[in-house]
Every structure is written in C-alpha cells, then in structure tokens.
Design a protein around this ligand. Structure first.
Ligand code: 5GP
Length: 238
C-alpha cells in the first residue's frame, strides 16, 4: 500500500503529498472552500469527503469513456492515489450555458444556451486572477505544445458529452466546468479534480444552483447542495 511521505504542495482546497512510490501522489481533499482567488476561505464540514468521492466517481466514468485520468485508487474518505503528472498551467473551460465570467465579460444573459459549447483557456495564476489566454500565447510561452493543446481540447469536449448525459439523466444541467491536464510518460492525462467546486450545475426544472456559486454568492446550503448532487448521481457517500 502506498504511503504519504512529504508534503509537495498545498493548494486552496487540496494538499498534494509525495508517496513511497516515485510516480504516485496522494491528494487530500480538505474542507477549505475558497472564492475570489483565495481571498475568502471557509471550512465546510464534510466537503472534503464529498468532493473526494464525487471526483473519484466522475473520473471513473471519464476513464470508462476513454479519457485518460490520473486517478489510481480511492485511499480513504478524503484521499485518493493519483499518477504524478507534470501539470500544464492552463485551465480548459467548457460552457453549455452562459454564466460567471462570460456574463461579466460579454454582458450576455445568464442561462443563455450556447451551441456549440464554447471552449476557453485561462492561465493558472491567482495573483493575475487567472487571465484568459489562447493557444498562440500558450505555445509561445512554452506552457504547452500545439499537439498537447489540441488533445486537451478534444478530451475536454469529449468529457463534456459524457458529463452532459450523466447530469441530464440525474435532472441537472451542466452549465460549465474547468479541467486541468498534465503529462505522464509523454501523454496528456486529465489531472486535478472534477467536483462542484469547479463546475456549475443547475436543477433542470427550477434552475436552482447546486455548485460553488452557492458559496461565491452567499446563498447558503453549500454542502447540502453538493450532497444532493452526489446522491442524485448515485455516488456512495457512506
Ligand atoms: P468562470 O470563468 O465563469 O469564472 O468559470 C467557469 C467554470 O470554471 C466554473 O464552473 C468555475 O467553477 C470553473 N473555474 C474557473 N476557474 C477556476 C478555478 O481557478 N478553480 C476552480 N475550482 N474552478 C474554476
């Protein structure tokens, strides 16, 4: 069994540990919940456990659909063993409905259906508030190659197809989400996490928000909403 050794990196919601295996890491999902690039942080009881199990469930679905992911095995309620990727510092965002920064940037109406789904790149940099970038900048600055960017886009759009159907069957609209990729043995692999911290989910009938916007907008019931999403999908939280 793989064991934690030293702390490698402490992110806003997860801590990454080195392990006794050279190519594997352990991700610890904490209860910390942050918004506005880490300016606001609160502890939400049970969130680490819910996101860990939710992420594992989603990653298994994506893996089964042919999307390579870093996930190896669930280790505990709030820990997962993953491959050690060389992370690409560019976030891939897909949107099926307008919300969040797209509404602020373009003045469009929240909830507008986007067909086809949009694909955007953002630089992972809290100090600069994750500015929007494009393929040309990513290649020129050496963040990723053209081939890697093409694979990231293809895998992100494929994940969108898989997840749209999964959430639709559970009565939810997948509004948008963010994915991060890394390189393992030369191949592009899905890293980081997929949880309600990094996507928008609305109830299909009422459009009630069931994701981190409840925290960002002070709507309350954050963990209850995450739990409802997990339960609707059939994620085992016991
Ligand atoms: P927006 O660009 O509207 O702020 O975000 C689009 C989608 O990507 C949302 O689902 C949002 O949660 C997710 N997202 C964008 N940037 C980040 C980030 O730095 N961290 C997390 N957890 N999610 C992000």
């Amino acid at each position: 069994m793989v064991q934690k050794t030293t702390e490698l990196y402490r992110g806003k919601a997860k801590t990454v540990y080195n392990t006794t295996a050279e190519n594997l890491l352990i991700l610890h999902f904490r209860n910390d919940t942050s918004a506005f690039d880490g300016e606001r942080i609160e502890q939400l009881d049970r969130k680490g456990m819910i996101n860990n199990k939710f992420n594992y469930f989603i990653m298994q679905k994506l893996e089964a659909a042919g999307i390579p992911t870093q996930v190896e095995q669930l280790l505990s309620d709030d820990e997962v063993v993953v491959k050690k990727l060389d992370m690409i510092p560019v976030e891939c965002v897909v949107r099926n409905y307008a919300a969040g920064s797209l509404v602020r940037r373009l003045g469009v109406t929240e909830g507008e259906h986007l067909t086809p789904a949009t694909f955007e790149l953002f630089l992972k940099n809290d100090a600069l508030h994750d500015p929007m970038v494009n393929e040309s900048l990513a290649v020129s600055f050496g963040w990723a190659t053209e081939e890697q960017l093409a694979t990231m886009k293809q895998l992100t759009l494929k994940a969108n197809q898989v997840l749209l159907a999964l959430f639709d069957a559970a009565g939810m609209l997948l509004v948008d989400f963010k994915l991060e990729f890394g390189i393992f043995n030369g191949a592009v692999v899905l890293g980081d996490e997929f949880s309600p911290d990094g996507c928008r989910l609305w109830d299909k009938e009422t459009r009630k928000k069931l994701d981190k916007d409840r925290f960002r907008q002070g709507l309350g019931g954050v963990v209850e909403a995450y739990e409802e999403v997990a339960q609707r999908l059939g994620v085992n939280l016991d």
